[in-house]
Design a protein around this ligand. Structure first.
Ligand SMILES: Cc1ncc(COP(=O)(O)O)c(C=O)c1O
Length: 400
């Protein structure tokens, strides 16, 4: 892959790679230009002709069908197994709310998770009388399949975890975790919010039951889009949280009917601009090749980790082996306030993030309240990483 050529084409007209160096893909990546164009072209059409020009509607709905197929195959799923959502949090919530939990059921939510993969499970547990069981990832942030196996009881109904942690950057042993759960008849929900677009994800690589994802990060679509894949055999078990036109029909009596497809989880007018952008972003990722992206991000991650460690007083959190992390490098430097460091870097046009990343239990385990986080994608370069490290080194005296 000629990254340089792709870079130049995709940064034309932007300030990225010049005025700004962007290292915050874990929050949201700059969308690919094709995604922004797809959304804006549609919005312009709606203002020129009105959104319900019959031929435009027909064309758009055909495009949505085509993108559903593309998104599904990107996730190793069928079009019937794929739902468009507004974000990763909604995808997770549609699974949690859609399933039925009985009093005494157990849901395994490891301590490696961030708010969006904790809050809704706690809510449904409280409402149903189910129990949340925690499994510790430990300082590396990596889940041990044996620890999960030990936590499973005959009441365990579901295991949920993120394939790639937004906090530690740990890449979980997803296949092994799924196999341990499946052997005990436990459902598995994998949160691919950070993983999608960074590494191969999907039902064809993970033997899990549900995959939720946010598509404004590694996939570089626009804000307001997400996806959810539901294995065909679970479609009937999942009750839609929302109902109305687009996903529901009225039965003979008092009942409401839904189609046998994940689309039943989408209610009301679809978020057309975001879905069109999603289709364009997937096409770009497919054009580059997910395997090639994965290899590139892995190389950049290892280089950035090595260079960051050269800065005196730096501690990088998460997996000990760089091969167990992808793209995300959380760190602190002795005597340096991560929030002040982030602001100082912004003044230099270098964008990183500092905070608790909505994962206070993980930070508590490290005994820190905040960390700085560099997160990479294939569009970053070795030269950008060198500039970042030089800038951090120059600012590391910024103290608490
Ligand atoms: C690991 C993880 N899960 C879930 C989410 C939620 O995704 P969204 O922001 O699309 O709701 C995020 C990001 O914000 C995340 O990093």
């Amino acid at each position: 892959m000629d990254w340089q050529t792709h870079q130049e084409a995709n940064r034309a007209g932007t300030e990225l790679g010049g005025t700004y160096l962007y290292f915050d893909t874990a929050a949201a990546a700059p969308p690919v230009i094709a995604a922004v164009e797809a959304a804006s072209e549609y919005l312009w059409k709606t203002t020129r002709t009105g959104p319900y020009l019959p031929s435009l509607r027909a064309e758009i709905y055909a495009q949505l069908d085509e993108i559903r197929g593309r998104a599904a195959s990107f996730l190793g799923a069928t079009p019937e197994e794929l739902a468009f959502t507004r974000n990763g949090t909604e995808s997770i919530s549609l699974v949690a709310r859609g399933l039925r939990f009985e009093p005494g059921d157990e849901i395994i939510v490891p301590d490696t998770e961030m708010l969006s993969n904790i809050a809704i499970w706690r809510m449904v547990a409280t409402e149903s009388g189910a129990t949340i069981v925690t499994v510790a990832g430990g300082p590396t942030g990596l889940l041990d399949p044996e620890a999960v196996r030990a936590a499973i009881t005959e009441r365990t109904k579901l295991l949920t975890f993120a394939a790639l942690s937004n906090v530690t950057g740990a890449v979980q042993p997803v296949v092994e975790l799924c196999e341990v759960a499946a052997a005990a008849g436990v459902l598995v929900h994998v949160n691919a919010a950070q993983a999608i677009g960074m590494m191969p994800v999907g039902f064809d690589v993970w033997p899990c039951d549900f995959i939720s994802a946010c598509t404004r990060k590694g996939l570089r679509a626009i804000e307001g889009s997400g996806v959810l894949a539901v294995r065909e055999q679970h479609l009937d078990a999942l009750t839609p949280t929302l109902a109305g036109w687009w996903n529901a029909g009225l039965g003979d009596g008092e009942d409401v009917t839904f189609m046998h497809a994940a689309r039943k989880l989408e209610a009301g007018s679809p978020n057309v601009p975001a879905i069109l952008a999603l289709g364009a972003a997937i096409a770009v990722a497919e054009g580059l090749g997910v395997d090639a992206i994965h290899t590139r991000v892995r190389e950049l991650t290892e280089y950035a980790a090595t260079r960051l460690r050269e800065i005196q007083g730096t501690q990088i959190y998460g997996p000990e082996r760089d091969a167990d992390r992808l793209g995300i490098l959380p760190f602190n430097i002795d005597g340096c306030d991560p929030a002040k460091l982030t602001l100082a870097l912004e003044r230099r046009g270098i964008i990183i993030e500092a905070g608790h990343f909505m994962a206070t239990p993980i930070l508590a385990a490290y005994g820190v309240e905040r960390m700085a986080r560099v997160s990479l994608h294939y569009f970053n370069t070795i030269d950008e990483i060198d500039q970042l490290v030089a800038a951090i080194d120059a600012e590391r005296g910024i103290n608490a």
